[in-house]
Design a protein around this ligand. Structure first.
Ligand code: MN
Ligand code: MN
Length: 467
């Protein structure tokens, strides 16, 4: 090699941003750990398809790992492991640190709700001797993707007498599933001329639930009657009980490896369980932190974080105030000194659709956990935009602990955009930055992520809360 080339090669090595596939630099121990972590994660995905199930599963794991429910007035000291459940749909987890609480907490925030089809409050109807459920989709979906796949029904029904029923139909191999029909191509000439948003319309997302009439002649709505009779016999519910129910149709698929090399995981609800589970596991594995650790697994992110289980509500702030008081301190001071990783997914570069990304500033599969300084749309609207100082601190920390990470933003400027809970936590005067796993086919009924990126999210959250 000519002397000149040697110089430029050395200079490049020194000066250029390194963007390499994580598999070229991951340690043997970490590569092994990726595989084991992925197995645990897949089991969690299959058990926790809704926010309520993810919350319940988290509580099970918390109890098994020595966490107890926090009650107001409880005294707290270093090493204490506590949690608080918010209306069975969100959970805050905390491990008390050795440093004074006024030095702030290390927050990790992920969401456990995912796009799906919710039943309307009066869902059941019969049309031409077929019984169907009306739905209202939850979160941002491409509606046509939710047709012609098996769906399971999860949720709760509160009966007239106030008793609550929890259901999950369609997960067991012997269960029936539910189904949204689509037009056969032979008769879809008109449909196929529509634009994507109207290809399948919101009111077309009706679930097929039955077709057998009740055995009595001359009865109108005999199929609907037969369904209600089945539901009454099995669950003791009447049509009015749907009004006080939350029933969610979710894909009936199980999480599985994708690819000959098994490097991807396919599953429903990676957004944002592929960050929620690593954040949860990081808390479970955290023994004696310096700073108090607070991990929140929240609901309602997919619909804008409003409502009392979303992060626009005060429930996280109240918790910080409560643990501050337990230390004889002030929640406001704790928040101002705190740092947060908003643990949410980003879009992975997809070679089939390269045009939506700007290749120098997007996330790639297998390049590790993705740090996103800002999200938003139309000129950074609706984002918190982390400071250079905080981005610098996180970058130094990740490099010092051999976390494989990358940076990326969601798509080209003005291509679209999206937000996370980062802004709502930053609004509490907390230094906040987004960090999470790149996802292929985000918000589809079956999404894909890389095992390496998933494990690096766990490693990143672990070193952050331990710092
Ligand atoms: Mn998300
Ligand atoms: Mn999302």
């Amino acid at each position: 090699m000519a002397e000149k080339e040697k110089v430029s090669k050395a200079l490049k090595e020194k000066l250029f941003l390194k963007r390499k596939n994580g598999y070229t630099r991951i340690s043997e121990a970490d590569e092994k750990a990726c595989g084991a972590f992925a197995e645990d994660y897949k089991a969690f995905l299959d058990k926790a398809k809704t926010e309520r199930e993810a919350c319940a599963e988290a509580v099970e794991l918390l109890k098994a790992n020595g966490f107890t429910e926090f009650r107001n007035g409880m005294k707290l000291s270093a090493g204490d492991r506590i949690y608080r459940v918010n209306r069975e749909k969100a959970v805050i987890i905390s491990v008390i640190g050795t440093a004074p609480i006024d030095e702030g907490v290390r927050l990790c925030a992920a969401h456990i709700d995912s796009p799906r089809l919710d039943l309307k409050q009066n869902p059941l109807y019969e049309d031409n001797e077929i019984a169907l459920f009306k739905t209202h989709y939850y979160g941002g979906i491409k509606k046509y993707q939710w047709t012609a796949i098996p769906l399971a029904l999860h949720g709760v029904i509160v009966k007239a007498d106030g008793t609550k029923l929890t259901v999950a139909i369609g997960e067991d191999e012997n269960d029936p599933v539910f189904y949204v029909t689509d037009l056969l191509p032979h008769l879809a000439t008109e449909q196929m001329t529509r634009t994507g948003t109207k290809l399948v319309k919101g009111e077309d997302l009706n679930l097929l639930v039955g077709s057998v009439p009740f055995r009595e002649d001359e009865t109108s709505e005999a199929v609907k009657l037969n369904i209600l009779n089945l539901l009454y016999e099995k669950y003791g519910i009447t049509e009015a009980d749907f009004i006080s129910s939350e029933l969610e149709a979710v894909p009936a698929f199980k999480a599985r490896d994708i690819g000959f090399d098994r490097s991807f995981i396919g599953g429903y609800g990676h957004d944002d369980r592929c960050c929620a589970y690593p954040a949860l596991r990081a808390s479970l594995d955290c023994k004696a932190p310096v700073h108090t650790v607070v991990t929140v697994l929240t609901d309602k992110e997919e619909t804008g974080s409003d409502g009392n289980t979303g992060l626009c509500s005060s429930y996280l702030e109240y918790f910080i105030h409560d643990i501050a008081e337990a230390h004889g301190s002030n929640g406001r001071h704790v928040l101002s000194a705190s740092e947060c990783l908003s643990a949410d997914v980003n879009a992975a570069f997809d070679p089939t659709y390269p045009e939506v990304n700007e290749k120098n500033n997007c996330a790639y599969v297998n390049r590790g956990v993705c740090i996103t300084k800002y999200t938003g749309a139309r000129g950074k609207s609706g984002t918190s935009d982390a400071s250079a100082e905080f981005a610098g601190r996180i970058r130094r920390l990740m490099d010092s602990k051999d976390v494989i990470w990358q940076t990326g933003e969601l798509g080209k400027v003005d291509m679209g955009g999206g937000g996370t809970v980062a802004a709502y936590i930053a609004n509490l005067d907390v230094d906040t930055i987004d960090m999470g796993v790149p996802v292929l086919a985000m918000h589809a009924p079956y999404e894909a992520i890389s095992k390496l990126d998933l494990y690096m999210a766990y490693k990143a959250f672990s070193v952050f809360i331990a710092d």
